[in-house]
Structure formats: structure tokens, C-alpha cells
Design a protein around this ligand. Structure first.
Ligand code: SAH
Ligand code: SF4
Length: 400
């Protein structure tokens, strides 16, 4: 058995003893964080801080714009507010985003951010630039309670739900990093670097429903980041009872992690199928476009060699979703160390896409992005978790 190149103690120290952040309540001496407050919450908070009730609506409009439209990080920058009022704000509030621990940039331009949030937990956010759009893939939970067998996040236990501020904060951080906030006095630039947001990072967004909803309402707010609901896509493994709520309370685009065309196979790939099977899921989906006033649902289908990629699977898939306005995203499996599956061969993916296409569905094969930095779909998992695993492995190898 080969000994590790570095003594184990050194490795554990380096990778595991990261500085820990103080609990949110202690940050800024008990000041409240404006990021993540809904309009109602912010107005109440401003009144509680001493804003006269009569002025509170106007003040809300001003502060809201500074925070979410201009991306201000400092009360001193809020130049249309009187100095005294800025000072009042500064004694009661902070404007606090998650902290970027590392940023990796892939050869294809994809950026992966590792963020540290209150409690010292870590989540990942990925920015994918394309020719005519830029998609930000954000996380909704630390880890995931579900255990889809092909997903790397699924091997990490749920640690906690992200707060509203931590979800909106991911969008705001990316805009910071891309220098995308409008600048007062400069002409409005309509090109958006973060033009689309997808809830496809770590976690099951519908198991953190209220926070995801409030965060997306903030992202869509016309006096703030102002992204259209058509540019936000929520991906779910199929939490059936929450799907109708997503339609009426958020109204964004929906993507479904479908991946299997029989209950037997979907049970093994997406175990939530044992709770709500294919029929229950499809019945709910038929109502989604009407309830949310959206055009079509995206069916995500990961291509796993010899598991779900046969001609029969493709035919069953189009039959199952008949009548639902849909697009089918074929995702070549993104391999991760120790994964129990392999990616389907390109010819198989092409043949599958052909059948789907001939049935009248758009069937783009998603090009894996950021693979060199493990930023592709389903590969997100916190670095400390990975490091912990490798430290354990090393310990086992060294017979410790
Ligand atoms: N929990 C949500 C959203 C996060 S996963 C959901 O399951 O929908 C985002 C997408 O990546 C899902 O479609 C998921 O099934 C897919 N995915 C997970 N692991 C993958 C992998 N290793 N290769 C390709 N796609 C994967
Ligand atoms: Fe969780 Fe989605 Fe991964 Fe399944 S695919 S384990 S629901 S993050």
C-alpha cells in the first residue's frame, strides 16, 4: 500500500480547517441583511429602524432600487438619500452576499464559483456563457435529500436549505464578478451577461419552496434585477404536490428530470418516482402550461449507456409525453469519480435524438460545459465534502 505523498495531518489541516464564518445574526453586530428581504419585509424593516410610516413606501422604492437595480454595496453610495438617513440605514442594516471562496474558469469560459455561506457551508454556482445568452446555474440547498443514483450531489447528504438571500445572492455575486450592474449616468445597456437563470445546481428547489419562490420574485422584480419569468427555469425531480404551486406562485419555466420511461427504471434513477410515479407526474404536468401561462415544459433526459438509451426507450418517451407541449433535452451523462454509470455512445445519442425529433419535439443534445472544472450538470458538490472523502480514502489506503 503506498503512503500518501503528504502526511495525513497536513492534508486534513490544509483542506478541512477552513476559516469558519460567524453566524448571520452576529454579522455586523446584529444588523439585519437587506439582501433577501421581500418588498413587504423590507418596508417593515425600514419602519422598525425608524423610517416614518408615511415615508416608508417611498423609502422602500429608493432602497430597493439601490440594492437590486444598481447593486450598491455601501449606504454611502445611495446619493439620493439624505446623509442622516444613510447613517440610519448603516446602523441597522448590512448588504451582505455569500463569500466567494474560489472561482475556477474553464477552457470554454464557464465559471464555477464555490461560495461559503453562514455556518461555514459551501455551495456552487456556475456561469455558462454562450453566443447569445449567459446562463447562471444556481443552487437551492446544501446537498440534497434525494439520492438519484447518477447524480454527484445526490451522494452528499442535505445539510440545509439556502435562505432567500443566499439564493438571490448567487445572482448578485455573478453580476458583480461580470461587472454587470448598470452605472448611474451611463446609457442603459440591454445586453445581459446573466440573461437566464436555471435552478439546476445543488438541491431540489421544490423542497425549499418558499425561499426559492421569494428569491425568484426578487430576481423578476421590475425595479430590480428584472429578469423575465420566461428566462428562469426551475428544474425538479418531480415533487408533484409543489408543481402546481410553482406554476401559480412563481410562473417560471419548468424542467423535469425525467430520465426513465418505465417506473421500474425511473425508480432506480430518480427514487422520488416511488412516491410519485410517472403517471402522477405526467398528470400534473399536463396542467402546468395553462396554470403558469408558459409555453412548454423541458424534459431532461440523461443518457446512460445501456440503461435508458435504447430505441424502445425513445419511442416510449415520446408516447408518454404526447399532448404536453415539450422540449426534450438530452444530456450526455457527466461522469464523476466513482459513478456507477457510463455516458451513452454518441451514435446512440444521435439515434435517440432522431426518434424524438421525428416525433415532432425539439431535442437538443446539451453540450457538456465546464467539464474540466467539474462544473457540468449534476457534478456540483462542495469542495470540503470532496476533500473529506479523499482524506478518508487516503486514511483507508494508509491503513489508519
Ligand atoms: N434537483 C433538481 C435540480 C438539480 S439537478 C433536479 O433533479 O431536477 C439538474 C439536472 O442535472 C437534473 O436534470 C439532473 O437530473 C441532472 N443531472 C444530475 N446528475 C447528472 C449527471 N451526472 N450528468 C448529467 N446530468 C445530471
Ligand atoms: Fe437531488 Fe436533483 Fe441530484 Fe436528484 S438529480 S439527487 S433531486 S440534485
Amino acid at each position: 500500500m503506498t503512503a500518501p505523498a503528504l502526511p495525513l495531518a497536513a492534508i486534513t489541516q490544509d483542506v478541512l480547517t477552513l476559516p469558519r464564518r460567524l453566524p448571520e445574526s452576529v454579522l455586523g453586530g446584529g444588523k439585519r441583511n437587506l439582501i433577501g428581504m421581500t418588498r413587504e419585509q423590507m418596508q417593515t424593516a425600514l419602519v422598525e429602524a425608524g423610517t416614518p410610516l408615511k415615508q416608508s413606501k417611498m423609502r422602500l422604492g429608493q432602497v430597493w432600487q439601490w440594492v437590486y437595480h444598481w447593486g450598491a454595496r455601501d449606504f454611502a453610495a445611495m446619493t439620493n438619500l439624505a446623509k442622516d438617513y444613510r447613517a440610519l440605514l448603516a446602523t441597522h442594516f448590512v448588504i451582505d452576499l455569500p463569500e466567494i471562496v474560489t472561482k475556477q474558469v474553464s477552457a470554454d469560459g464557464t465559471r464555477k464559483y464555490l461560495l461559503r455561506i453562514a455556518g461555514g457551508h459551501e455551495v456552487e454556482t456556475v456561469y455558462i456563457p454562450e453566443e447569445n445568452r449567459g446562463t447562471l446555474c444556481i443552487s437551492s440547498q446544501v446537498g440534497c435529500t434525494l439520492t438519484c443514483s447518477f447524480c454527484h450531489t445526490g451522494t452528499q447528504k442535505l445539510v440545509r436549505n439556502l435562505t432567500v438571500g443566499e439564493i438571490v445572492g448567487q445572482v448578485m455575486l455573478a453580476r458583480d464578478d461580470l461587472d454587470e450592474w448598470p452605472k448611474p449616468g451611463e446609457p442603459k445597456d440591454e445586453t445581459r451577461l446573466v440573461s437566464n437563470v436555471v435552478l439546476m445546481g445543488m438541491g431540489e428547489p421544490l423542497y425549499n419552496f418558499d425561499n426559492v419562490r421569494d428569491a425568484m420574485l426578487i430576481v423578476m422584480d421590475h425595479e430590480g434585477i428584472s429578469l423575465s419569468r420566461r428566462r428562469i427555469t426551475l428544474s425538479t425531480s418531480g415533487v408533484v404536490p409543489e408543481i402546481a404551486r410553482a406554476a401559480t406562485e412563481i410562473g417560471c419555466q419548468l424542467a423535469i428530470s425525467f430520465h426513465g420511461t418505465t417506473d421500474a427504471i425511473r425508480d432506480t434513477l430518480v427514487p422520488i418516482n416511488k412516491r410519485w410515479n410517472i403517471k402522477a407526474l405526467l398528470d400534473t404536468l399536463r396542467d402546468y402550461p395553462r396554470l403558469s401561462n408558459s409555453e412548454r415544459i423541458t424534459f431532461e433526459y440523461v443518457m446512460l449507456k445501456g440503461v435508458n438509451d435504447s430505441e424502445a426507450d425513445a419511442k416510449r418517451l415520446v408516447k408518454l409525453i404526447a399532448g404536453i407541449p415539450a422540449k426534450i433535452n438530452l444530456i450526455p451523462f457527466n461522469e464523476w469519480p466513482g459513478a456507477p454509470y457510463e455516458r451513452s455512445d454518441p451514435e446512440r445519442i444521435r439515434a435517440f435524438a432522431h426518434i424524438v425529433h421525428n416525433a415532432g419535439y425539439a431535442s437538443p443534445v446539451r453540450t457538456p460545459r465546464g467539464e474540466d472544472i467539474m462544473a457540468a450538470c449534476g457534478q456540483l458538490k462542495s469542495a470540503t465534502e470532496r476533500a473529506r472523502k479523499s482524506a478518508k480514502l487516503i486514511a483507508a489506503e494508509a491503513g489508519l
